[in-house]
Structures are given as structure tokens and as C-alpha cells.
Design a protein around this ligand. Structure first.
Ligand code: ATP
Length: 321
């Protein structure tokens, strides 16, 4: 079964198309990353798929149910973890979950069992009676995920689930989600603007300006870039560039860290290059394509937020192929 299917989905705020004709298919049981920069329309997409916002046009099904015509049924089959915390700070961890269990319509006995199970799985059992106001950001996030999983959803939606978490807590959250997915086969759909996070996915859709620009597994998407970046520092870079062009037909670009070139398979080619050059090689590094490269390749801009180095298409070798 398909967990999520969207066809020609649009969301307008006034005249601004936040989601601009989205087509999407998420297989059952997948961990699917919806990757895009700030303002791309990720939250708006999640809002439509979770029935919180009515699409301006188009249709979408979640767990086989239409989000517009049968919203209550969709809600019974999904869990949501919002970008901002929606926990009640004055209630304890267990009370927050009990409140959610009531909303899910779980019976008393069933609720008690599930709450204990969730707290245990998220390693929060020892804190069940602590008010959430006393929780760290990481603990709150864990509790929110526990709450999202409480009604045994078929599809769990998470909007930027690990934003603001340190690396250790982020890793723990992914471990919990992975375990849950294995045990219950749920589909995990999450948005992120952090490329490292997308490595946890079976599939990724790169989303920009309200549209999916490409989709596939991380490996498939990286293979589209198809080449490794080699940075070569020699005793005479100008001469090395000349020889690489004449002897190997390779185009290079001078950069502050050395000569940059793109080759199909760096580890195989680099020893041949070094041996064939009549210039002493001081250092050489080979880097495989990253999702950052993939994003840049498809959108012409970087996903990273301002304040970091701006790269251009030539950095990923667009001009060399
Ligand atoms: N309630 C609203 N009213 C008007 N415009 C909105 C509203 N919510 C979002 N937008 C606009 O729609 C576009 C998409 O916003 P959205 O929050 O869906 O993006 P996002 O990809 O989730 O961004 P972020 O990563 O910053 O959360 C943006 O231009 C935003 O300013």
C-alpha cells in the first residue's frame, strides 16, 4: 500500500503559492525525508497532509484515505510531531500522554499500557511524574515523539524533528524512530533543512519553492552528480593544470586549496594522475558527492542558511561535464 499520495496539490496564502503543484508518492514503511530550505513550503505540505490545512487545489491520500473528504479518519491513522513544542508545561510526562490517549479515544486500560510502553521506549519511565516544564529540550522532543506514536499510527509526520537538538540527542531520536519503524512497520515522513538528517532516509524528495525538484534514495540522488571532487596541491599548480589537460583531457579550476577537478571515480584515477604528472604532488584529497551537491545541482543555490560559505554551480563541476 502507498502511505502518502499527493497529486497536483496547491496551497495559496493570498496570491503566494506556498505549495505549487506537488506530486508525491511515499511507499508504506518508508522513512521519507522532505528536504528543503526555509520557506520552501514544507510545513504547509505537512499541514495539508495531516488535515490541518485544506488544499487550495489537488488531492492527497494518507494511509489510503482522502484528506479532504475524510479528515477524521485520516487523523485516526496518523501521528504528528510539530515543529514547535505543543506539550503542556504544567502537566507531567505521563499526564501529557494521558491527555493525548483521551483524544485518541483509547480505553483506560489500553491507554495505561501504551503510555508505559511509550515512556519505556523513549527511556522516560523514570521521569513520568516530572512536570514537562522541568524537561530539557531533548527530553521534550522525546516525549513529543512518544506522544506522536501513542495511537499506533500508520504514518508518523514530524516537522523538523531534531532542530535545536545536540548531535547526541539527535542520534538517539533517530535510533528510537528506527526501532519503532522496525517493530511496527510505520511510515515516517519528516521535513528538514538539514542535509545530514536526510541520510537517515530510504527516500528523499528535494523540495524548493513549493515543488519537488527531484526524488530518490540518497545514493541514487548522489549518483546523479556522478563524480568525485579531487583537490590537488602541487609544487606548480599552473603546470599541473596544463599537464592534466594535455595528458588526461581533464579540466581543472584553481582554488585557494589547490587545483579542483571532477572525475568519475577518484580513488581509481588519482594514483594514475599523480604518477603521470611531471610535477611533485604535495597533497591530494578526494570527496564523494554530498546531498549538498545534489541540492545545489537541482536548485542552483545552497540549502544551508546564510552565514555559511556561498558556493556556485562551478564548485560542483557543472561546467566540467
Ligand atoms: N499562515 C500563513 N500566511 C501567509 N503566508 C504563509 C503562512 N504560512 C506560511 N506562509 C508562507 O508560505 C511559504 C512557505 O512556508 P512554510 O512554513 O510552509 O515553509 P517551510 O519550508 O516549512 O519553512 P521553515 O523551514 O522555515 O519552517 C513562505 O513563503 C511563508 O512565508
Amino acid at each position: 500500500m502507498t502511505a502518502i499520495r499527493a497529486e497536483g496539490l496547491y496551497a495559496y496564502y493570498g496570491t503566494n503559492a506556498a505549495v505549487n503543484g506537488l506530486d508525491l508518492t511515499v511507499p508504506d514503511g518508508a522513512t521519507f525525508g522532505f528536504l528543503g530550505p526555509n520557506g520552501a513550503g514544507k510545513t504547509t505540505t505537512i499541514s495539508m497532509l495531516t488535515t490541518l490545512l485544506k488544499p487550495t487545489a489537488g488531492r492527497a491520500e494518507v494511509a489510503g484515505v482522502d484528506v479532504v473528504s475524510r479528515p477524521a479518519e485520516v487523523r485516526r491513522r496518523i501521528g504528528i510531531v510539530f515543529q514547535e513544542s505543543t506539550l503542556d508545561q504544567d502537566l507531567t510526562a505521563a499526564e501529557n500522554l494521558r491527555f493525548q490517549a483521551d483524544l485518541c479515544g483509547l480505553g483506560r486500560r489500553e491507554a495505561r499500557g501504551m503510555i508505559a510502553e511509550m515512556l519505556d521506549m523513549m527511556e522516560l519511565s523514570g521521569r513520568s511524574n516530572v512536570p514537562v516544564g522541568q524537561f530539557s529540550t531533548g527530553l521534550r522532543r522525546r516525549l513529543e515523539i512518544a506522544r506522536g506514536l501513542l495511537g499506533s499510527p500508520r504514518v508518523l509526520f514530524l516537522d523538523e524533528p531534531t532542530t535545536g537538538l545536540d548531535a547526541q540527542t539527535r542520534a538517539a531520536v533517530w535510533e528510537y524512530l528506527g526501532r519503532r519503524r522496525q517493530e511496527q512497520g510505520i511510515t515516517v515522513f519528516f521535513t528538514t533543512h538539514q542535509l545530514e538528517e536526510a541520510e537517515h532516509c530510504d527516500r528523499i524528495a528535494i523540495f524548493d519553492k513549493g515543488k519537488v525538484v527531484t526524488e530518490g534514495s540518497p545514493a541514487e540522488l548522489k549518483s546523479i552528480i556522478g563524480s568525485d571532487l579531487v583537490v590537488l596541491r602541487t609544487e606548480d599548480d599552473a603546470l599541473a593544470a596544463e599537464q592534466l589537460s594535455e595528458r588526461f583531457g581533464l579540466t581543472t579550476e584553481p582554488a585557494p586549496d589547490g587545483l579542483r577537478l571532477r572525475v568519475p571515480h577518484g580513488p581509481t584515477l588519482v594514483p594514475r594522475l599523480c604518477a603521470g604528472l611531471g610535477v611533485t604532488v604535495l597533497s591530494v584529497t578526494t570527496t564523494s558527492p554530498t546531498l549538498d551537491d545534489v541540492f545545489l545541482h537541482h536548485t542552483g543555490s545552497e540549502i544551508r542558511e546564510s552565514g555559511t560559505k556561498t558556493r556556485t554551480l562551478s564548485d560542483i563541476g557543472e561546467g566540467m561535464r
